[in-house]
Ligand binder design. Structure first.
Ligand code: 13P
Ligand code: SF4
Length: 345
């Protein structure tokens, strides 16, 4: 091995991707963006993959969409479009390239396929699920509709295409109140996230019938945690995701989608802040604001963390894993997402 070259055995195909001066030079501008959250000693592990992915995505005519919970080497290193679930759904519809590679979880990739069915949509790991999406089936929604005839059904985008197909409209954490109120109805069914439903109910006079799904990341935060952050760091600003329990949201200074939390930090520039959500979110926002102190409570989403640089490279090379939606449900599921996009313009 040359003294300025380091070899790594870092992916499922057992290949060595070498790091050397050329890759160091090509990836230097990217490292500048993440140097406050990725130690210099780790960059030689990531850089060869970042370099290979960025070159291959041009050859393959692919666009990489990444959710805000992807790790910084993915989010800042290879993604072309980043954002919350609403941004990813909207942007997927506009992609002109042949391939959409979705760095996020299954429901996000399915939504991209619904929004742009002519494109090949790839996800680097088929097991990247979501505890909310897994909490309810299409049959459950049909039973709810029998129990509450005529009551509109709003489904969180964190749901399967089958559940979307049984619903009247989708929502995300960025537009939940607006969507719930869009019917002018006295009550709506809102599924599957019980906490998002309760947090939305606190902001509207519409009566909400909830399901009992929970996000396994956000349900673990407690009001006691918020008190502890405030006690440990006086003056800290607390931002919480609306999938957190209502007592956590009540104890926070601001609640919003992942994109709304990032916007809050950029607009208000608090000296010290805690994002009560998934770990990588703080890293990604902190990379853009090195002067702000981020206190990092760390609850990892095991599904989001299935996506890694070696798997992204494998996905581009082998055009896997292709995401498909059963044509029997795709049209109705698409309608639910498109109604949301129309209603939240
Ligand atoms: P956002 O739409 O706010 O990014 O949330 C997606 C998600 O999975 C949160 O847990
Ligand atoms: Fe699902 Fe929660 Fe993970 Fe988001 S953070 S993908 S809601 S399990």
């Amino acid at each position: 091995m040359a003294p300025d070259t380091i070899d790594f055995l870092a992916d499922s195909t057992n290949r060595h991707l070498a790091y050397g001066p050329e890759i160091a030079a090509r990836t230097a501008p990217l490292y500048e963006r993440v140097k406050t959250v990725i130690p210099a000693i780790e960059w030689p592990v990531f850089a060869p993959y970042i370099d290979a992915i960025n070159r291959l995505k041009r050859t393959r005519n692919a666009v990489i969409l990444a959710h805000n919970y992807q790790t910084p080497e993915i989010f800042h290193g290879v993604a072309d479009i980043t954002g919350d679930s609403l941004v990813l759904a909207r942007e997927a519809a506009k992609v002109d390239a042949d391939i959409i590679l979705l760095c996020g979880v299954q429901f996000m990739a399915e939504t991209a396929k619904l929004m742009n069915p002519q494109k090949t949509v790839l996800i680097p790991d088929l097991e990247a699920g979501c505890s909310l999406a897994a909490s309810i089936t299409g049959a459950d929604v049909r039973l709810l509709k029998q129990r509450y005839p005529g009551v509109p059904v709003v489904c969180y985008v964190n749901s399967s295409a089958e559940v979307k197909a049984e619903s009247d409209i989708c929502c995300t954490s960025a537009n939940a109140v607006q969507i719930v109120e869009s019917f002018g109805a006295e009550r709506v069914i809102m599924l599957p996230d019980e906490y998002l439903a309760k947090n939305t109910a606190a902001q509207t006079s519409v009566e909400i019938i909830a399901w009992h799904g929970k996000c396994e990341v956000h349900e673990r935060f407690s009001a006691e945690d918020i008190r502890a952050y405030r006690a440990a760091t006086p003056g800290i600003i607390v931002l919480a995701h609306p999938e957190c329990p209502p007592e956590v949201v009540a104890a926070a200074d601001f609640t919003g989608s992942t994109a709304a939390m990032a916007d809050y930090v950029g607009r208000n520039r608090p000296a010290r802040v805690v994002l009560v959500t998934e770990c990588s979110m703080s890293d990604n926002v902190a990379a853009a604001h090195p002067d702000i102190e981020f206190v990092r409570p760390c609850n990892l989403c095991p599904h989001m963390k299935r996506i890694t640089l070696p798997k992204i490279l494998d996905a581009l090379e082998s055009r896997r894993y292709e995401v498909t939606v059963d044509p029997a449900i795709a049209a109705r599921a698409r309608q639910s997402v498109e109604r949301m996009i129309q209603a939240s313009r």
